[in-house]
Structure formats: structure tokens, C-alpha cells
Design a binder for this molecule. Structure first.
Ligand SMILES: [Zn+2]
Length: 240
């Protein structure tokens, strides 16, 4: 699987329903591993022509579907539910005043970032949770921007982290260019994307198209979210 697709799979694959392409509301019952609370997690899929945004947000599906969260203790599934949880460490943290205070009124992926940080998770994963938190709060531009800035800080830090793989580096590096553009850091975005265009590891057709598309918006000083073009989507599909 190509690097960009790894992240798309990370976000899109965890709780993907079989018939996700049909626009409708989905729901399923989840039991909280911390306090046993049972709730129905629901989400909507939305039919769109383009599937992904340049910042990797999937456009067909409401961003809140990505992250089931217990309505009682606010534990957020920071990783796939099928993976084992370090419950001995997690339980006292989730139930602590520190987590209960920090998570109150925050979107699910922000809570997941808190949990990943507590567990000493790699900056790339923490940054991706903050990025998803920015998607979950786009109706509140000030809050969304706050998370976008924090995401950029963590994903930039990930570039020099010893825990990052070569494939993750390629995703993180391109994503940094996009998040610099989205946060109005146009000169940084331009320099970064131009440098990666000629760098080993960024020569696949879809990678070049991705970087050039960011550069076209940078040249126009455009910081708005944008979807991949149909042609770029085709390249990503072809890279599978
Ligand atoms: Zn709970």
C-alpha cells in the first residue's frame, strides 16, 4: 500500500461499514472498556463526487463517525477497537480529574490526542488526531484553527522523530506542506513543497501531483480546504 493510502486507511478503515458509499445514517452498539457504559454510535455518510481532501479528510463521511467516544467517561477509541488496550494504565487516567477536565467540551479526536500523549504515542499519531479534531470542529473556525496549528506542530516534530517510518515520513512531509498552506504559512509551504518535488521518495506520479496542487494554491495565497481533483483521485486509486 502506498504511503498516502496508509493514512487514508488509518482514518477510513477503522470503522468502515460495508456499504459506506450509500448516503445514509449508520449505527452500532459499543461497550466502553473503561466503565462498561453501552451506547449507540451513529454516523452519516454523504455522497460526494470527490473522495478526499488535500488534508486527507474523507468527504463522503461526517468526521464524527471516525471516533467513537463514551458519553459517560469520554474515553475515545484512539486506535482500532480490535487492538488490545493497556487498561491498567488507561483506567485511572481516563477517570482522573486531569483527563475529565481536559476532555470536557472537546471533540472526540482531541480526547484521543490526549490519550495518545499520555501513553507516550509517537508525534505523528498525536498530530493526526489533532488534525481530525480540526475536521470535527469546522463549524467553529477559531477552535478548528487551534487544532490545525497544534496538528502542524506535532506532525512537523514527527519529521525528525526516531519513531517515524520512511512511509510515514513521506505522508507527514507532504501533509506539513498542506497544513502550512491551510494556516497561511505560504512561504514555508512553498519552500517545503518545492524541495520535496525533487527529493527521492517523492517521485511517484500521485505524490508529484499532490505537491504541485498545494503549490498552485500557495501561489494564489489560498488557504481554504480543497478536494483532490478527479485526476489526482485516479492517481491515488492507481497507486493501490
Ligand atoms: Zn466510558
Amino acid at each position: 500500500m502506498k504511503p498516502l493510502l496508509l493514512v487514508l486507511a488509518l482514518f477510513a478503515g477503522l470503522f468502515l461499514p460495508a456499504s459506506w458509499a450509500q448516503p445514509k445514517t449508520y449505527g452500532r452498539e459499543i461497550t466502553c472498556p473503561i466503565d462498561g457504559q453501552v451506547w449507540k454510535h451513529t454516523w452519516e455518510s454523504i455522497s460526494r463526487a470527490s473522495k478526499n481532501r488535500l488534508d486527507l479528510k474523507r468527504l463522503e463521511i461526517s468526521p464524527t463517525w471516525l471516533m467513537p467516544q463514551c458519553p459517560k467517561c469520554r474515553f475515545a477509541f484512539y486506535q482500532a477497537e480490535s487492538l488490545p488496550l493497556p487498561l491498567e494504565r488507561l483506567k485511572p487516567y481516563i477517570l482522573s480529574e486531569a483527563y475529565q477536565t481536559a476532555s470536557k467540551g472537546r471533540p472526540p479526536s482531541y480526547c484521543a490526542a490526549l490519550i495518545q500523549t499520555f501513553l507516550g504515542g509517537p508525534p505523528f499519531k498525536v498530530g493526526l488526531h489533532y488534525l481530525a479534531a480540526s475536521w470535527q470542529t469546522e463549524s467553529n473556525p477559531k477552535e478548528s484553527r487551534e487544532y490545525l496549528d497544534v496538528a502542524l506542530t506535532h506532525i512537523t516534530a514527527a519529521l525528525t522523530s526516531s519513531s517515524i517510518s520512511a512511509e510515514e515520513f513521506q505522508i507527514a512531509a507532504s501533509l506539513c506542506g498542506e497544513l502550512e498552506r491551510r494556516t497561511g504559512r505560504f512561504e514555508q509551504a512553498r519552500q517545503r513543497c518545492e524541495a520535496y518535488l525533487t527529493r527521492k521518495g517523492f517521485q511517484e506520479e500521485y505524490q508529484q501531483a499532490y505537491l504541485k496542487r498545494i503549490l498552485s494554491f500557495v501561489a494564489a495565497k489560498d488557504s481554504a480546504p480543497h478536494a483532490l481533483t478527479d485526476a489526482d483521485e485516479h492517481l491515488v486509486e492507481g497507486a493501490r
